[in-house]
Design a protein around this ligand. Structure first.
Ligand code: GLP
Length: 241
């Protein structure tokens, strides 16, 4: 695992965007994995600026999101369909037909995980997967005790995750209880992993991911098993290393 510690959130975004742009330029048909949450937003802004400046061609990019809430309509402002559409697809000018988000419709849930796995394989696999980290060490919505071999499937959100994400909703009661997420096995299949974190609230999770044991109680510790994982964090997130 390569650990890059920079001064602040702006520097995290700049460095991570540079790594994403390298990966996009490296192959003719790039497949990127994108994440929601606040951590990657600066990266998307940086990449969009490169696209506008004519420095980055994203016309052949295919994207796969990590996860989705179950039970929110795709048009709901907090559904990850909507969030990815606003923060990634529109901002970078990606072809919407090439942007995939797991199907969180409850009536499809028995098949939507396998369908998503097949779509990733059909696209040729993910070249670079961008990740944030939850305060409890989750990646995607793989909460503590997720299997390292898991594939895209339905999960129950941890109470802490629902509390953390309540800020995006009117109240905690409005935060869905279930989600669909790429599994840790799915994430580990990507050619490169790029995890970003900023702020002191992530310091414990970052320390457990990097210096703790490889253990399912810290799902992000799975990055220790990957041959090409890069972690870009600011000094506050690195403060417990
Ligand atoms: C969310 C997402 C994760 C994200 C994490 C951290 O629940 N499912 O993919 O990495 O929580 O979010 P933030 O970057 O806002 O701290």
């Amino acid at each position: 695992m390569e650990i890059v510690i920079v001064a602040d959130g702006a520097a995290v975004a700049a460095r991570a965007a540079q790594i994403m742009a390298w990966a996009i330029r490296a192959v003719p048909q790039p497949v990127i994995g994108v994440a929601t949450g606040s951590s990657p937003l600066g990266i998307y802004r940086e990449l969009a600026a490169q696209v506008r400046a004519g420095e980055l061609d994203v016309s052949n990019v295919t994207a796969f999101a990590l996860d989705e809430y179950i039970g929110l309509a795709p048009s709901h402002p907090e559904s990850y369909h909507h969030v990815i559409d606003e923060t990634v697809t529109k901002q970078l000018g990606l072809d919407p037909a090439r942007v995939h988000v797991p199907n969180g419709h409850i009536s499809d849930i028995l098949t939507s995980g396998d369908d998503y796995e097949r779509a990733i394989v059909a696209a040729g696999g993910i070249d670079i997967q961008l990740l944030g980290i939850g305060a409890n060490g989750h990646i995607g919505f793989n909460e503590p005790a997720s299997s390292f071999a898991s594939r895209t499937r339905m999960k129950t959100l941890a109470p802490q995750t629902r509390e953390d994400n309540a800020r995006f909703f009117g109240s905690i009661e409005e935060v869905p209880v279930h989600c669909i997420t790429q599994g840790l096995g799915t994430i580990l299949d990507a050619g490169q992993l790029l995890l970003v974190a900023q702020g002191e609230s992530k310091a414990d999770a970052v320390a457990a991911m990097i210096e703790g044991p490889v253990a399912s109680m810290c799902p992000a510790s799975a990055l220790q098993l990957h041959r090409f994982a890069t972690v870009v964090i600011d000094e506050a997130a690195a403060s417990k290393l």
